[in-house]
Design a protein around this ligand. Structure first.
Ligand code: MG
Length: 256
């Protein structure tokens, strides 16, 4: 059903999306366990594609507007949309891994940023804050709230910790298409935008730079970097607005 351009899903459809989300989350978890010095982003990509297809699902990103990978793998100062390749992870790196899974026609989209071995205290904080800002945003994904309540919660947490939300990249609705309405900025005043209703499904995805908020495009036409080459982190979950509150459809849990 369309509500102001936003396609809401029935409870049965949310369960179908959750099935896609479970495959997605298992894939993220598996890749996280494979992150170590010497591993290439191409190897991570191949592992992901093999797993996703073994589940009877399809990597949503592959071929999307010509994107060659099954995952986006974005190390260090790269924010998002990294094409997997020969880059070998090194101790002290961080790697942002974004995966879309299409299962029985429904898309689940989520991302995490993972440290490669020990990282600096500042970088560990960047990851921690970005993850926390995602959960602060998710907490606002409730009926009766407005869309920008999510945006505001993300921004507030990030800026409280002295970091910068990227303003020119946004989250999005998700369903049968990877990118549906609405766009979900990671900044803004609360109480604006559409009212959140049951059955809306949102890919909430804070993208955070350790220094200034500006970004630049890479030469391959995909990769997005922090303009000042500071470290950047990205966390994303697919979340449904339900009568019982926010329902995370990509239930990734950090390893203890
Ligand atoms: Mg997304």
């Amino acid at each position: 059903m369309y509500r102001g351009g936003i396609i809401t899903k029935t409870p049965e459809q949310l369960d179908q999306m959750a099935a896609a989300g479970r495959i997605q989350a298992r894939c993220l978890q598996m890749l996280q366990s494979k992150v170590r010095p010497g591993v290439t982003t191409k190897q991570l990509d191949e592992t992901a594609e093999r797993f996703i297809r073994s589940q009877g699902a399809v990597p949503s990103f592959k071929g999307y507007r010509g994107f060659p990978g099954s995952i986006c793998a974005s190390p260090n100062n790269m924010v998002v949309h990294g094409i997997p390749g020969p880059y070998e992870l090194q101790k002290g790196d961080i790697i942002s891994i974004d995966i879309g899974v299409t299962y029985e026609g429904w898309v689940a989209d989520a991302a995490i940023t993972v440290p490669v071995g020990e990282v600096s205290a500042e970088t560990a904080q960047l990851i921690k804050t970005t993850r926390a800002s995602l959960f602060d945003g998710i907490a606002m994904a409730r009926t009766g709230n407005r869309l920008s309540d999510i945006s505001h919660a993300v921004q507030a947490r990030v800026e409280l910790d002295g970091l910068s939300v990227i303003r020119s990249l946004v989250g999005h609705g998700v369903g049968r298409e990877m990118h549906e309405d609405p766009q979900i900025p990671n900044f803004g005043d609360p109480g604006e935008g559409p009212e959140l209703e049951e059955g809306m499904v949102l890919a909430i995805e804070p993208m955070v730079n350790a220094s200034g908020p500006e970004i630049r495009m890479g030469n391959d036409g995909w990769a997005v970097y922090s303009e000042d080459d500071s470290m950047a982190a990205h966390f994303e979950f697919t979340v449904a607005v339900t009568a019982d509150g926010p329902r995370i459809l990509t239930p990734w849990h950090e390893e203890p």
